[in-house]
Write a protein that binds this ligand. Structure first.
Ligand code: UD1
Ligand code: CA
Length: 453
């Protein structure tokens, strides 16, 4: 049967104390609502309807998903009213699954049985919670059949003691759901149209109500404040850590490991504490990553060592290289392999040939560097004339002396050597030593100034 998912995301989220709509607060680097959309896509939903309201502009501007049907709920009159807003766009023969934009960690595997359980009636996802405070309670008869859901504010003391609660997630045939929603009334403690009241309607119509128990509380938990957001973040990160370990990575502390995007790791990778991975990061085999590294949208090939405090963004590190500590690879840095990049070295938009070394205190920008090059400490490519960027070429086996400045556009020929503190304004010929000498002099009789009394 075809599946239509309705995601409720119209609530304000007052307790977040934020100008950002609640469903846009990120978990693992992407908005909570995006996680729910990913889950809906994972279920191969034919249509996804998002009911939005508070912060509408911001929500529409932040979620880029062509397949979403956006449904505005102008006034938040209750969960039943919210679902009803999406129903005109859904055919009677669809199964409707209701999810929540602030419940980000529900897995596809948990929802599949719920959808299946809606084949012959209504299915609702329940969970055991003690204390059950704040949730709708599941009322069953003496044969154990579900009769209704009672909201806490409408519940008697005996009903409030029930620890099986409504997660809010439900699946139902669209045709019947439509009728039950149209019949909803708001004569309850909160004056809202409760989605939960459809259960009693189903029972009255003799339609089966199938309760599916969720295996874990975190999967059905919502976020109402920043403390719960932090818990959700840790739970998400724990999942990422488990996945990395399952793929063959040793994490020195899975609790100090953060993936805000997609991380692919090869076997026998070791990752020390406090590393953050953003965007899409692909790491090969036997890679060692030291503590406090930040890596975004990068490819790290086999047998690479990244030492402590290395920052890599939109760059590629070829096999067998050693980078860090305190190195910074910026967008467009492409290391061919077996490279050594050392402390306080910044590389931007440059190709570094195989085996070349930039070990200390250098800036290499807009450069094409050949193989086996040695860059002396403090070498700078002066790539910017204040208006335009220019390229530097450094050919195979060239070597630059400490504190050299290469004023681009300029070329250092194959096997050329630059003396220390060379200021290179013209190309350095192949195989030769190029110097820009400044005459050294010493002043006889010179006296060091003395401190005034
Ligand atoms: C709801 C359930 C309760 C369940 C609990 C689980 C009802 C009546 N009650 O209660 O049984 O235990 O969730 O968390 O359904 N929303 C809209 N538009 C509205 C109202 C709500 O989009 O008009 C969205 C909210 O943004 C929120 C979600 O629906 O994400 C739940 O609404 P909320 O008012 O928080 O319901 P609860 O009182 O928590
Ligand atoms: Ca709630």
């Amino acid at each position: 049967m075809s599946l239509s998912v309705i995601i409720l995301a119209a609530g304000q989220g007052t307790r977040m104390r934020s100008s950002l709509p609640k469903v846009l607060h990120p978990v693992g680097g992407s908005p909570m609502l995006q996680h729910v959309l990913n889950t809906a896509h994972g279920l191969e939903a034919e249509a996804i309807h998002v009911v939005y309201g508070h912060g509408g502009e911001q929500v529409l501007g932040s979620i880029h998903d062509e397949s979403v049907v956006w449904v505005l709920q102008e006034e938040q009159l209750g969960t039943g009213h919210a679902v009803e807003q999406a129903m005109p766009g859904i055919a009677d023969d669809h199964t409707v699954l209701i999810l929540y934009g602030d419940v980000p960690l529900t897995r596809v595997e948990t929802l599949r049985p719920l959808i299946e359980a809606a084949a012959d009636g209504v299915a609702l996802l329940t969970v055991e919670l003690d204390p059950p405070t704040g949730y709708g309670r599941i009322l069953r008869d003496d044969k154990g059949a579900v009769r209704a859901i009672i909201e806490e504010k409408d519940a008697s003391e005996t009903q409030q003691a029930i620890t099986e609660v409504n997660t809010g997630m439900m699946a139902a045939p669209a045709g019947k759901l439509r009728r039950w929603l149209e019949a909803l009334e708001n004569n309850n403690a909160q004056g809202e149209y409760y989605l939960t009241d459809i259960i009693a309607s189903a029972v009255a119509d003799g339609v089966a109500v199938n309760a599916v128990r969720a295996a874990s509380v975190i999967e059905v938990s919502g976020v109402n404040n920043r403390a719960q957001l932090a818990q959700m973040e840790r739970a998400w990160q724990r999942r990422q850590a488990e996945a990395a370990m399952a793929a063959g990575a040793t994490l020195l502390d899975p609790a100090r490991f953060d993936v805000r995007g997609e991380l692919v790791v090869g076997e026998d990778v070791t990752i020390d504490v406090n590393c953050v991975f953003e965007g899409r990061v692909v790491i090969g085999k036997r890679v060692h990553i030291g503590p406090n590294c930040f890596i975004r949208d990068a490819e790290i090939a086999d047998d690479v060592t990244l030492l402590a405090n290395t920052v890599i963004e939109e760059a590629r590190v070829g096999a067998g290289s050693r980078v860090g500590p305190f190195s910074r690879l910026r967008p467009g840095a492409e290391l061919a392999g077996d490279n050594h990049i050392g402390n306080f070295v910044e590389i931007k938009n440059s190709a570094i040939g195989e085996g070349s070394k930039v070990n200390h205190l250098s800036y290499i920008g807009d450069t094409s560097m050949g193989e086996g090059v040695n860059i002396g400490a403090g070498t700078i490519t002066a790539n910017y004339d204040g208006a335009n960027k220019h390229r530097t070429t450094i050919e195979d086996q060239a070597s630059t002396g400490s504190n050299s400045v290469l004023i681009a556009p300029v070329k250092v020929g194959k096997g050329a050597t630059l003396g220390a503190a060379t200021v290179l304004r013209k190309d350095a010929p192949e195989g030769q030593l190029t110097l820009t000498p400044t005459k050294q002099k010493s002043l006889e009789g010179w006296k060091r100034p003395e401190k005034k009394k």
